[in-house]
Design a protein around this ligand. Structure first.
Ligand code: MRU
Length: 356
């Protein structure tokens, strides 16, 4: 997708270096950063320079490429793969990507492994682009249906950033929106700010602006009253891990939005590529939920009056704070899962039928 009219992807490999857009600097600064070692890749995932389930999966894949370039040794590769998987706990895409890469390496000579790794990391990215594009085409049908009935702008609420910045291109939740816009369907997006890291305001609104999609940032608690007033036609969110039962882990606050949608008969869709499905977990209590540093709540960053980026403390110095990063929305509140293969019911049966 575009930034200032120029096409970008979120990650690419050139001259033996992995390039990323440093998302901790957006929207005020656009900085492309080099990852040269597997430690750089792990650090980028932990500090959220790259974030979003599919993108951290792709970064982990490229992290293994960097590991091989640094030290083509089995013990180092194994340790690197474990460190990459453990760099963030909730998104299953990390494990999915690392397992896929490691499987490719089994029985391969050390002189061939780098080539194989590089090709597989590129393939993971290409596949994600294709899958996200298909999610868009499948989700477009739902938006189109609402538009044909309403014959007016379709208002879509989204939470966090499940946009192209969270994937390689297109995004998951945003892909149907981009496809609808391309088709001339009038859409407007309610963007949940998404405290504490403000991925909605800083990333979703930013990327929608760059693609000229009308959007309005709202405080996280505003969705409920908008739904009561009939100002939300549908919700689309992403997910970090959808388990075999169709229950959905996503950014903290998603669950409350799903409850409000349920109470107001607003369709609540979750968009995901199959790399985000955890087929082995069947109890939502077993989903590992990340808890991050409380300073992500107590400090905010923004531009000061001289246009310099500044970080300031907003809470009382003595106050404690708690920063749970994800929650789980039970399948019963999800209208449907929009995947690369089609739209299915959020249930074991629905998922199994689609992904035989
Ligand atoms: O903490 P983040 O910014 O990595 O969380 C991202 C989300 O919650 C997204 O909704 C999810 O990863 C889906 S991305 C297509």
């Amino acid at each position: 997708m575009k930034i200032e009219g120029k096409e970008y992807r979120t990650i690419w490999f050139v001259n033996n270096v992995v390039k990323i857009i440093d998302q901790t600097k957006l929207p005020h600064q656009f900085i492309i950063k080099d990852l040269k070692t597997v430690k750089d890749a792990i650090n980028a995932i932990k500090t959220m320079e790259v974030r979003g389930a599919p993108l951290i999966g792709a970064t982990a894949a490229y992290g293994l490429v960097l590991a091989i370039m640094e030290n083509n040794d089995q013990t180092f590769l194994k340790k690197s793969s474990e460190d990459l998987i453990n760099s963030r706990p909730t998104a299953i895409n990390l494990k999915w990507a690392v397992d896929r890469m490691m499987k490719k390496f089994s029985g391969i000579n050390s002189d061939q492994i780098l080539n194989i790794a590089l090709n597989e990391a590129k393939e993971i990215c290409e596949e994600d682009v294709k899958f996200c594009e298909n999610i868009g085409l499948n989700g477009l049908k739902i938006i189109e249906e609402i538009y044909n009935k309403k014959k007016d702008t379709v208002n879509i609420l989204t939470h966090c950033n499940a946009g192209w910045l969270a994937t390689i291109n297109w995004g998951t939740a945003t892909s149907p929106i981009y496809h609808a816009h391309k088709k001339g369907i009038k859409v407007h997006v309610w963007v949940d700010e998404t405290r504490p890291r403000n991925q909605g305001a800083n990333l979703t609104s930013y990327e929608l602006n760059e693609e000229k999609i009308p959007n309005t940032i709202i405080a996280d608690n505003t969705g409920g009253i908008l739904m009561q007033r009939g100002e939300v036609d549908m919700c689309i969110v992403g997910t970090d891990r959808t388990i075999a039962t169709g229950d959905v882990a996503n950014k903290i606050g998603t669950y409350l939005k799903a409850l409000a949608a349920h109470d107001n008969n607003v369709p609540f869709y979750v968009a995901l590529p199959s790399s985000t499905i955890d087929w082995e977990t069947t109890d939502l209590k077993n989903i590992p939920i990340e808890e991050r540093n409380f300073e992500e709540l107590s400090y905010v960053e923004g531009l000061d009056e001289n246009n310099n980026v500044k970080k300031v403390l907003i809470y009382p110095k003595k106050s404690k704070a708690m920063n749970i990063a994800f929650d789980v929305t039970p399948a019963k509140y999800v209208t449907g899962l929009i995947t690369e293969k089609g739209v299915c019911e959020a249930s074991e049966k629905g998922l199994k039928e689609l992904f035989k």
